[in-house]
Design a protein around this ligand. Sequence first.
Ligand code: PXG
Length: 292
Amino acid sequence: MELQIYLNGKLVPKSEAKISVFDHGLLYGDGVFEGIRSYDCLVFRLMEHIDRLFESAHTITLKVGMTKEELRDAVITTLKANRLRDAYIRLVVTRGPGDLGLDPNKCKAPTIFIIADKITLYPDALYKKGLDIVTVPTVRNLPEALNPSIKSLNYLNNILAKIEANNSGFSEALMLNASGYVAECTGENVFAVKCGELLTPPAYIGALEGITRHSIIELAEKLKVPFCEKPLTRHDLYNADEAFLTGTAAEVVPVVKLDGRVIGTGKPGPVTHKLTQAFHALTKTCGVKYKL
Ligand code: PXG
């Protein structure tokens, strides 16, 4: 059966899931989104994702036009319609169709769609070996211009960074802020471990407040791993004992090399391992359950 897409209140087959060329989400990247995962019929931290979506929408003065509970139910309906036990879910709200001008007041109703599909997992070898990444010239958006805490449809900043990494033969990019502090990767937050202490930059540096990031911080507290949120330089990462990235799609990925500098032993470290195990356990318990 063809994939069923939730579009403005209805489930429609993928081939019929179409939006207007006048949609400001497409014309201007004017909208917000979430990337969510379900694990064995449990949508991991669904309400946290919906809360973040509403916060992003509020900041850009976009009225979602549905309650959080309605949106939750729409996500579950979409998963059930496609009989998906494990899925990647893309929840998108755009400003909706308007005219060719910028004015958001011309957009009378938002476009809401939900795609739930099979998830493509990262190769196992990546988690065993760890990533080799590179710092790219494109700096993360200035919070004063377009705050990276808004999960907007405008991802060119991250895409440019990804292109630069790819052009240099790397699959992931480390992005700095305009002052040279570590911000995040193109779709993942960054962590370091130094002398047993877990470190990550604060969101004000210019990073998204990742749901996975938040989960890792909670787990560190529970496992009594000392934690500190503070600005980090590349020097801090080069000389860390361990480093890893967190994100919905990637979960927890060790980083073993940055800009040609080996991090720690050059192998995924024990703290990364412990937090990864704890994170996997969390994905079995923390979220909204559904039945197929
Ligand atoms: N930073 C950025 C810029 C992101 O886009 C994260 C951090 C991690 O946040 P979560 O809440 O997922 O822990 C993200 C989100 C994908 C994909 O398909 C991933 C994201 C965004 C868009 C697409 O890999 N990551």
